[in-house]
Write a protein that binds this ligand. Sequence first.
Ligand SMILES: [Zn+2]
Length: 68
Amino acid sequence: MRTSASTQSGPVYLPLPSVQPEPVSGCRHCLELAVRRTNAVSSGDHSKATDVNVALRAHLREVHGGEE
Ligand SMILES: [Zn+2]
């Protein structure tokens, strides 16, 4: 019997993510998002930083197939 490598335990949506997703080193898209987040935080735009975190989480899930 074959077992799938990916288990489906259901998506977990956090209303207020308290842990920031980490960019994957060597990935341009991750780096770009990380830079945008850093710029947003440094300019005091926390809602924009949250948006970038959401985008980065989605990117990590879709492209890198990992958890946050
Ligand atoms: Zn990436």
